[in-house]
Design a protein around this ligand. Structure first.
Ligand SMILES: Cc1cc2nc3c(=O)[nH]c(=O)nc-3n(C[C@H](O)[C@H](O)[C@H](O)COP(=O)(O)OP(=O)(O)OC[C@H]3O[C@@H](n4cnc5c(N)ncnc54)[C@H](O)[C@@H]3O)c2cc1C
Length: 443
């Protein structure tokens, strides 16, 4: 049976960007519906359970906003369900490690408290465009088709299928068709940290080299990135990357996921048999599907350029701070690099204009489909930044609706002022240091 429903703001995709967008709009008083194709919010965060939130503390200070609300809530639980730790990799600052289920529960609760209508297992399909605006979107859930009429759309789908169908131009990967590797993650339980991490190399290169030479590990596993999980003696394995996968093609994603399972089980066996500390360990939390890093980048009125980020650009419409390195995972070859993008102690801000399309008056986008050149993309894509981009898009969408304005005509200063009032820090060309205390954490 066909159903027709309506909303002020329709958020497509419930990843970290969609979470921020829905909260941003709902907290400004808009009626918000969030449509998510899977059974859980989180997106990549749900596909890779335990993946740390990196990039939330440029120069050691919190970016604020919904990222800080969520982190503070988890850290304040008894017992605490999150912790802020320095990354073990070069050029990454502090990151938040958390209990996955507690975090997902808290995120659903925040959406519920804000009055967001969450549609799970629901796919957004074709947009219907009239007079330069998306009037409604055809969606489907198990009960059949449903049309959602909407005032504003925020595309937080990671891949931007809907915006592409609406005619928004886009670039795929690095512009030559190369997209970063996709990854299937898992954890190991009962792996005493004092033994596992005795050697200090987060990539376990010596062990990996031996495993590959003996034919026991796939050749792409030259760097095993293993890190301490949130719970004691758990180890998070962000190691199994599959190259050359088009994340917009469901068949390729399904095949890559099965290949990932094969390599993850092989790696777990190798760790148990050959790496000190894993003798009594067992595998847990194998991701339900690969996490996709990169597909489409939508074209906006402004493209984020790596050269601006390197210069520490803090434009007047900057909506979130960042100092993440250029985190490239096997985009065009087997290399994994994370070179610094800004000078030590500096940061840049992501401009609001990178989420505004040229021509559709009621569409914004946020998250990993933001308009950026390939090197800039590799830096801006952290989950805290995705939450913040979402919050900014949600806030702006509510403002555009209230003012009866196309998103292209929004007053950037007003958007930034509203975000600052919501606790986002160091934005709009402002200095992060003046507004946020430095982190006090154990090294
Ligand atoms: C393997 C991997 C490791 C990473 N490591 C880190 C890290 O350590 N720290 C960090 O901060 N960041 C990391 N990142 C980057 C970060 O996780 C992502 O950039 C970020 O999560 C992207 O969030 P998003 O909301 O933009 O998109 P996604 O997380 O991709 O979410 C998009 C959501 O939209 C839904 N969707 C798509 N199309 C539709 C549709 N038509 N209808 C309904 N729903 C739809 C999807 O189901 C999904 O839930 C990593 C990424 C990957 C893949």
């Amino acid at each position: 049976m066909q159903r027709d429903i309506s909303t002020d703001v329709l958020v497509i995709g419930g990843g970290t960007a969609g979470f921020g967008a829905a909260l941003g709009a709902a907290r400004q008083g808009a009626r918000v519906r969030l449509v998510e194709g899977t059974s859980k919010i989180g997106g990549v965060m749900a596909f890779c359970p335990g993946m740390p939130w990196g990039g939330g503390y440029p120069t050691g200070r919190s970016i604020g906003g919904v990222f800080a609300d969520l982190t503070d809530q988890l850290c304040a639980m008894q017992p605490p369900m999150a912790e802020v730790r320095p990354s073990t990799l070069e050029n990454f600052g502090h990151e938040v490690i958390y209990d996955h289920e507690a975090a997902v529960f808290a995120m659903f609760q925040m959406l519920e408290d804000a009055g967001v209508d969450v549609h799970l297992n629901t796919f957004a399909g074709a947009p219907v465009i009239e007079e330069g605006r998306i009037r409604r979107i055809d969606c489907t859930d198990r009960t059949g088709p449903m049309t959602i009429e909407t005032g504003m759309v925020i595309d937080c789908s990671g891949d931007g299928d809907l915006s592409a169908r609406a005619g928004v131009p886009f670039m795929v990967g690095d512009g030559r068709g190369n997209m970063m590797g996709v990854t299937l993650s898992f954890s190991m339980l009962n792996a005493p940290w004092d033994r596992v991490f005795a050697n200090g190399d987060p990539y376990f290169r010596k062990e990996a080299e031996a495993g590959i030479a003996e034919g026991r590990l796939h050749p792409d596993l030259a760097k095993l990135y293993l890190m301490k999980g949130f719970h004691r003696d758990t180890v998070f394995c962000n190691s199994v990357h599959i190259r050359g996968v088009d994340g917009t093609d469901p068949q390729q994603v399904a095949k890559a996921t099965q290949e990932g399972r094969r390599r993850c089980h092989q790696l777990a066996r190798f760790l148990i048999e050959s790496v000190p500390g894993f003798e009594q360990a067992r595998m847990s939390e194998l991701g339900p599907t690969v996490g996709v890093r990169e597909t489409r980048k939508l074209e906006a009125v402004h493209r984020i350029l790596a050269r601006d980020l390197s210069a520490g650009a803090k434009p007047a419409d900057g909506i979130v701070c960042c100092d993440n390195p250029i985190d490239d995972v096997m985009r065009s070859d087997t290399a994994m690099t994370h070179d610094a993008i800004v000078a030590e102690g500096d940061y840049y801000t992501i401009p609001f204009r990178a989420m505004v399309p040229e021509s559709i008056g009621n569409l914004l986008f946020a998250g990993r489909l933001v308009c950026a050149d390939p090197a800039a993309f590799a830096s801006v894509r952290g989950m805290p930044q995705c939450m913040a981009m979402g919050q900014a898009a949600g806030t702006a969408a509510a403002m555009a609706l209230a003012g009866g304005l196309p998103v292209q005509a929004l007053d950037h200063a007003a958007v930034v002022a509203s975000l600052a009032a919501q606790g986002m820090r160091g934005i709009g060309g402002d200095a992060l240091r003046r507004h946020a205390p430095a982190l006090q954490t154990a090294a």
